[in-house]
Design a protein around this ligand. Sequence first.
Ligand SMILES: [Zn+2]
Length: 420
Amino acid sequence: MRITLIAALLLASPAAAETIAIKAGRVITDAAKPALGPSTIIVTDGRITAINPASAPITSGARVIDQSTRTLSPGLIDSHVHLTGDPGLPFWREAVDSAELSVAYGLKNARITAKAGFTTVRDLGSARLAGFAVRDAINSGMFPGPRVLAAGAALSIVGGHGDVSGFAPVVNDALDQGNTCTGAVECAARVREASQRGADVIKFTATGGVLSQQGRGLDQHFTDDEMRAIVSTAHSLGLKVAAHAHGPRGIEAAARAGVDSVEHGSFTDEAGAKALAANKGWLVPTLLPFRATAERLGSGAYTPVVEAKVRAILERRGKQIIAARAAGARIAFGTDAGVFEHGRNGQEASDMVEFGGMTARDVLISATTGAAELLGLSSEIGTLEPGKAADIIATDGDPTADAKQLAQVKWVMARGKVID
Ligand SMILES: [Zn+2]
């Protein structure tokens, strides 16, 4: 009886992995290289196993997906999102909504983000364990979405951009995330705690921020010593570091401390750009929030302390890209989605061209091989080649010639699964 049961289980075990053949009009295997003509991409078990000329016979039994009128490219990477939040909610919702509820927001937004063509995202700031829960739920296959690298709560100075503020002190205390630190020793401890909780990357707020209820300016918040402690501790644990930074001296200090990326970098000047280039740091410019916040100015959506900061920063859109590239620093694509509606991520591309002077091809590189390198995932994503994850998007036009194509992705496969 027992033997029969085992035999039955063996018979019922899953059949050989499904093979998928995707017919493509053109294939951009690497954003820096010329595209292939009509081809068939073979996918098995979530990975690309071959890219054949369209004339080659298709393996019998393969499921065929016809994208033969379109251009296929590597799945896009957004290095800066906040999946667990929606835009435009009044700041006091922070005191009403639970971290558990924000997981539901995150799973909703993950699907929207993947559908827009973003098959990998870096979630740079969420409440408590919410970002990790979203990541783990997608990885387990329960929910559709992109590959997620999650930071958890961003480290902040007391009263800084990542600390809860704007309420009565007793409410601020009750909402505290345990993410602030003072001095190198305490900051190193916070990094180790984040690692222990499951952070894939460390985010810290090197300077003040625009949309938080704190009016302590937009320049350097953590001391040089604290920044060095955060970076060296994270690197000793194999974790990369993303520094939120707007003001010029905070950008320069973060770059000198050896961060892997400066996020936003709004007031990047020559000294900051040179420090970033010298330390092989990346700039993640996040231009889309400029558009979204400009749309809300004067509408009463922002408190006066926030409105003043928004007005100060609007003039800077794109200038950080020009400064960084002039100094030789590299650009990785990132949007700050969550500050505006999730799913609009691809609209960043045309702003990078219009305001930052990049070509469409430069932008696609920043969203594929560039961001893959920043995230430490070059062996897994960023190009289409045998052995890599089947993260693939289809567009009607050529995204190396027209940046707007990244906002009009027509079909998406993430780790071998079609996102519908
Ligand atoms: Zn952000």
